[in-house]
Design a protein around this ligand. Structure first.
Ligand SMILES: C[S@@+](CC[C@H](N)C(=O)[O-])C[C@H]1O[C@@H](n2cnc3c(N)ncnc32)[C@H](O)[C@@H]1O
Length: 216
């Protein structure tokens, strides 16, 4: 039901396999109709983080990406009801992300509560095959953010940052425990926007980890 409905939304895109996708390189011009930076949330689930960030940063554009259209219906519907023009959703496997954006089209990427993939290392969203895809679309100096409850995924990502010589800008194993009292209000607000899984995990006492790094 939700999956059928979301396809009609004008803030929801579902590329047809093997057909050219006419938004590639034109998201600013054709969808957002501005020249603002574009931020992707990969594995956005219900999209509340993309919507939350979009409210805080009206001068940036946000695109939530996931394979589950029925989940994204929640965020896409909220954005439409609230007449938010700076957030959109794209249904695809993240594995094909470089097919839908042009080189340098993206300014930042958020990986929020990504599946830790305990057995399939190369399916982790911070593994080299995914980072290579991000490099194709992310501007030089663009930032990758990760928020997770998973020790396994976070430890792996920390190792990748060191092994692959990514530039680590921030890294904490206890985001909310370590937020300084005098942190600026914008940063505090960003960290307090919580995804669906984040609310679930924090209510169970999980400690949230965060890092921010440059891949090229
Ligand atoms: C654990 S959920 C987190 C959802 C959301 N970020 C949150 O924090 O509430 C992981 C999400 O990533 C999506 N996902 C995982 N691997 C994917 C892939 N390769 N391509 C597209 N979506 C993927 C799943 O469909 C799921 O919605």
């Amino acid at each position: 039901m939700k999956f059928a409905a979301v396809k009609e939304f004008d803030n929801f895109y579902e590329p047809v396999i093997k057909e050219p996708f006419d938004m590639k390189g034109k998201w600013r011009m054709k969808h957002f109709k501005n020249e603002h930076p574009i931020v992707l949330e990969l594995g956005c689930g219900k999209g509340e983080y993309s919507v939350g960030l979009a409210k805080h940063f009206p001068e940036k554009n946000f695109i939530g990406v996931d394979i589950k259209g029925a989940r994204m219906f929640i965020g896409a519907e909220q954005a439409l009801k609230e007449d938010m023009k700076n957030v959109a959703f794209l249904r695809t496997r993240i594995d094909f992300i470089a097919d839908f954006f042009e080189e340098d089209e993206i300014d930042e990427i958020w990986l929020t509560f990504s599946d830790p993939q305990p057995k399939k290392v190369n399916k982790r969203l911070s593994a080299p095959p995914f980072i290579e895809r991000y490099k194709k679309i992310l501007k030089k100096g663009g930032i990758v953010h990760m928020k997770t409850d998973s020790d396994l995924l976070f430890e792996y990502t920390e190792e990748q940052i060191a092994e692959q010589n990514y530039e680590c800008l921030e890294l904490t194993w206890d985001l909310y425990g370590e937020l300084p009292e005098n942190i600026d209000p914008v940063t505090r607000d960003i960290f307090h926007i919580k995804t669906h899984y984040e609310k679930l995990f924090t209510s169970r006492g999980s400690v949230i980890k965060y890092c921010k790094f440059k891949i090229h």
